[in-house]
Design a protein around this ligand. Structure first.
Ligand SMILES: [Zn+2]
Ligand SMILES: [Zn+2]
Length: 275
C-alpha cells in the first residue's frame, strides 16, 4: 500500500547530502503528504556526523521556513534523532526518534554502524571476541533508550544487522541474541514506544531487509507493539525508499495497523495488505 509519511530524514545540517528544501521537494515528487526532519542530535563522543548545539536554532528555523513554503502541499515537521549518548535537545520539536549508535565499553564508544571491521576489532579487544556479549550490551542500551531520551519512536532497533546480511557477524537465531532483543522489545512495548520499520540500510545497499529483521518484527507484532514506516533518508533519491514494499512485509508479519503522526498525536491507520 502507499505510505505517505516519512519522519526519519537527514539533511546537510548533519550527515545528509541535501538541504531541507531539496528534501521537501523530493518528498512531494515522491507523493508523500508528510515529511519529518530528524537531524542527528549532538553526541559529545563523536562530532563527525551530528549537529553541534549551536546549529539547532538555525535547523529549526529552516524547517519552519520550508514548512510555510509547502503549506497545503506537504506537512513538514520538526524532529530530532536523539542518540542514547546525545545531550538534551535545546530546541522545541514535534517528535523525537531515540536511537543507539554506540556501545560504551571501558570508556570507549564502539560505533555499531561504522564498519564490520571496526566492530570485530573492538569485540576482540574489549569483549575477548564474544560478539554476543557486545550485542547484549547493545540491547541493554536499546531497552533503556526511551527512558533516557523520552523518544516517541525507537530508531532502527537492530542496527547491529547492518553488516550481517549473510549472518557471518553473528547468528540472529542464537539464544543469547534472541533473549537480548526479546527483553528490549518487551520493555519498549510496555513503555508505549513506536518501533520504526527503517529502510536506510536497504537504500544504501547493505541489506535486503529493513530494520528490524523479520524475526524481531514478528515478535513486536506478537507483543502488540506499534510500528511506523521510515526511510532514514540522507538524500533526495531515497526519501520514500521501499516504504510501500516494507508495508507488505509488516502485514505478512502480523501487523494490521501502523502509526501516523499529525504533528501533535500519533494515531493508527489500517494496514491493508495486497498480498
Ligand atoms: Zn540512526
Ligand atoms: Zn537516521
Amino acid at each position: 500500500m502507499k505510505i505517505k509519511q516519512n519522519l526519519h530524514t537527514h539533511t546537510t545540517f548533519c550527515d545528509g547530502k541535501n538541504t531541507v528544501e531539496e528534501m521537501a521537494k523530493a518528498a512531494v515528487n515522491a507523493g508523500l503528504l508528510s515529511l519529518g526532519f530528524s537531524g542527528h542530535a549532538y553526541t559529545p563522543n563523536d562530532e563527525s556526523y551530528c549537529m553541534m548545539p549551536d546549529d539547532y536554532e538555525a535547523y529549526r528555523n529552516e524547517i519552519l521556513r520550508v514548512k510555510k513554503l509547502y503549506l497545503g502541499k506537504l506537512d513538514v515537521l520538526v524532529g530530532l534523532e536523539q542518540d542514547y549518548f546525545s545531550t538534551e535537545p535545546s530546541i522545541e520539536t514535534d517528535y523525537l526518534i531515540g536511537s543507539v549508535h554506540y556501545v560504551e565499553k571501558d570508556g570507549e564508544y564502539i560505533p555499531v554502524d561504522e564498519t564490520k571491521e571496526h566492530i570485530e576489532s573492538a569485540v576482540n579487544r574489549l569483549y575477548g571476541g564474544d560478539i554476543y556479549a557486545f550485542l547484549e550490551d547493545y540491547f541493554r542500551l536499546v531497552s533503556d533508550v526511551h527512558n533516557k531520551t523520552h523518544c516517541d519512536i525507537v530508531g532502527h532497533i537492530d542496527l547491529c544487522e547492518k553488516f550481517n546480511e549473510d549472518g557471518k557477524l553473528f547468528d540472529r537465531t542464537a539464544a543469547r541474541y534472541v533473549k537480548a532483543y526479546t527483553k528490549a522489545v518487551e520493555k519498549l512495548v510496555s513503555e508505549g514506544c513506536i518501533f520504526e520499520i527503517n529502510t536506510g540500510a536497504m537504500s544504501r545497499g547493505y541489506t535486503t531487509f529493513p530494520y528490524p529483521h523479520e524475526n524481531i518484527l514478528r515478535l513486536i507484532a506478537e507483543k502488540g507493539g506499534s510500528i511506523i514506516f521510515s526511510s532514514d533518508s540522507h538524500s533526495t533519491d531515497s526519501v520514500d525508499f521501499k516504504l510501500d514494499e516494507v508495508s507488505e512485509l509488516a502485514a505478512k508479519c502480523g501487523f494490521t495497523e501502523y502509526a501516523v503522526f499529525d504533528g501533535k498525536n500519533f494515531f493508527k491507520e489500517v494496514l491493508s495488505c495486497t498480498a
